[in-house]
Design a protein around this ligand. Structure first.
Ligand SMILES: C[S@@+](CC[C@H](N)C(=O)[O-])C[C@H]1O[C@@H](n2cnc3c(N)ncnc32)[C@H](O)[C@@H]1O
Length: 257
């Protein structure tokens, strides 16, 4: 009877080493001799990938790859029945639609994180500001956008720093993306997980025209940890401008005419 190997035309001599035997115990080769080597290699890979991403984030390479990936993610999301919550790609596409629909002078973001949203929107506004509480992430974002003079990264708690940012853009119109909140990937001590109450107060008291306010993560608004309930948030936002509507869709609270 002919074996599978013979069918391939390569008959092995009886007792010949099989490839997995050459790799040593448990098939792990020499790495088995260095306990923890896998973890070190993974960490180096992750570090290198992070470095590479950081270098590319503000270049045409990022624009090119995200121009290819965003429609793929968006179509997949639609095809799968709009699962909740949508990915960052989908949310950035929604933000870009708002940028087209409500041309504004400035984009203001709270919670910069890795600068993904800033990268995606940096050609859609003449001026962009983003506030990040974590000093490491703020410093990294400054490095990423050092060649984009129209982007300013501010370090600090957005419940406090937003006041200063709004004073800088006095008299201008803005789209707000309020996404600064406690984030398990960037753990740090803050009294309230959400700075939303302070942020809305600064917007209300400022001389900036808030064309659109978008607030991420509807699912967090349960009246605890500094978050309003949705009803409480709606009432709060009605005090900013009376002629705006409050919508909730795809994990994003939307406030505009
Ligand atoms: C969900 S991530 C932001 C994602 C980013 N906006 C994007 O669209 O790619 C939340 C970020 O908010 C930051 N953060 C948390 N509390 C903050 C606060 N009070 N003020 C400013 N940033 C804050 C966290 O360090 C984290 O980087």
């Amino acid at each position: 009877m002919s074996s599978r190997r013979e069918e391939c035309g390569k008959t092995e001599a009886p007792g010949a080493s099989k490839p997995c035997e050459l790799q040593g115990k448990e098939g792990r080769g020499n790495r088995a001799l260095l306990p923890g080597a896998d973890r070190v290699i993974d960490a180096i890979d992750k570090e290198m990938l992070g470095f590479l991403k950081e270098q590319l984030r503000s270049t045409w390479v990022y624009d090119f790859t995200s121009a290819l990936r965003t429609p793929i993610h968006y179509r997949r999301w639609l095809r799968n029945g709009c699962p909740h919550p949508p990915s960052g790609f989908v949310k950035r596409r929604i933000l870009r639609e708002y940028a087209k629909r409500f041309p504004a002078d400035v984009f203001v973001e709270t919670g910069t994180y890795r600068g993904g949203t800033l990268s995606a929107l940096r050609h859609d506004f003449p001026e962009l500001h983003s506030i990040e509480l974590n000093p490491e992430f703020a410093a990294r974002a400054r490095r990423i956008f050092k060649s984009d003079p129209h982007i300013t990264i501010h370090e600090g708690d957005s419940a406090v720093v937003l006041e200063k940012v709004l004073a800088q853009i006095k008299g201008k119109s803005a789209i707000f993306w309020l996404d600064g909140h406690y984030f398990s990937k960037v753990p740090q001590f803050v009294e309230d997980e959400s700075p939303i109450a302070g942020e809305l107060e600064h917007i209300r008291n400022s001389d900036v025209e808030p064309l659109v306010i978008l607030i991420d993560d509807v699912r967090e608004f349960d009246g605890t940890r500094g978050y309003f309930t949705l009803e409480g948030l709606k009432e709060e936002m009605e005090t900013i401008r009376k002629d705006r509507q409050f919508y909730v869709l795809d994990d994003i609270i939307r406030w505009h005419v």
